[in-house]
Design a protein around this ligand. Sequence first.
Ligand code: UTP
Length: 288
Amino acid sequence: MKRSITKAILPAAGLGTRFLPATKASPKEMMPIIDKPLIQYAVEEAISCGIEEFVVITGKYKRAIEDHFDSAYELEEKLRSSGKKKLLEEINKLSHINFAYIRQRVALGLGHAILCAKPFVKDEPFVVILSDDVIDPDYPVLRDMIRVYDELKCPIVALEEVPKTEVSRYGIVDGTLDGEVFRIKDLVEKPKPGSAPSNLAIIGRYILTPDIFDVLEKQKPGAGGEIQLTDALRELLNRRVIYGYLTKGNRYDAGDKLGYLKATVDFALRNEEFGGLFKDYLVQKLKS
Ligand code: UTP
C-alpha cells in the first residue's frame, strides 16, 4: 500500500541567536548530541516513521549540512583500508536517502521557510520537523500523528504541556480533547503569560496539507517581525479543521542552552558504551 505521507521539510535556515557565538558561522542543526548532529536525529526519527524524501531549507553558513549527508570518499577509503567497518557503516547508513536543498535567502521566519519548499512538496501532505526540538526516540510522536492523519486527513500539530511561565516562548493552542486528539479552536504565537488560552504548546513536529501554501503566500509578518507558521495555521483554521496531538515522551529544546544540556545528559546516561561510567561520574560530581 502506498504511504500517505513520504516527504519531510527540515527548516534549517534560522540564525540560531540563542546559541551564539557557536552558531555564528556553523549551523545550529549540526551541533552534536554525543556523536550525532541534531539534524541526523531528526532524519532518523522521520525514517522510522516511514518518511522517504527530505528537503532541507538552508541559508548562509549552512553548507556543513549538505556535506554531512553527502558521501565522503577520502574518509570512507581511510576507514575501509584501516578495517574500521562499524564506523564505515555508521557514516554510510543514510546514503540511500534522497535529500534536496532549497535556500531561504533571508531568514524571514519559519512560515516563509516552509513556503520555500512548495515546489518540492507539490500537492501532497507532508511533515515538518524542527531539528532543534529533540524527541525521545522511544516515543516518536510523528508515527502516531501519521496514523491519525490517515484517519482524519487534517493538518495535525504536536503539542506539549509547558509551565505557564513559559508560554511566551511558544505557539499556544486553545482546543478541546476529542478522543486522542485536540480539536483546535484557536492558535496564538508567543502570547503573554496572562493572555495565553492554555499551556498547550506547539512543538516542532507538524503534518501539513498543501493548502497551507496559499495562506503562507499572503501571510504578513507577525511576532518578532517574522512570517509565522502559527499565524498561517490560525488563518487556515477558518477553512478547515486542525488537530493537535499530545506528545508522550520527553522533548528537549536543543536550540536553547539548558535544553541542549539536558538532552546531552539524558542521551549520555542511556548510551550503551559509557552510560554507566557517565552516571558514576555524575553521582561523584554531585556529592563533591
Ligand atoms: P527558531 O525559532 O529556533 O529560530 O526556529 P532560530 O533562528 O533557529 O534560533 P534562535 O531562536 O534565533 O536561537 C525554528 C526552526 O525554524 C527554522 C530554524 O532553522 C529552526 O529549525 N527557521 C527559522 C528557518 O528555517 N528560517 C527562518 O527564517 C526562521
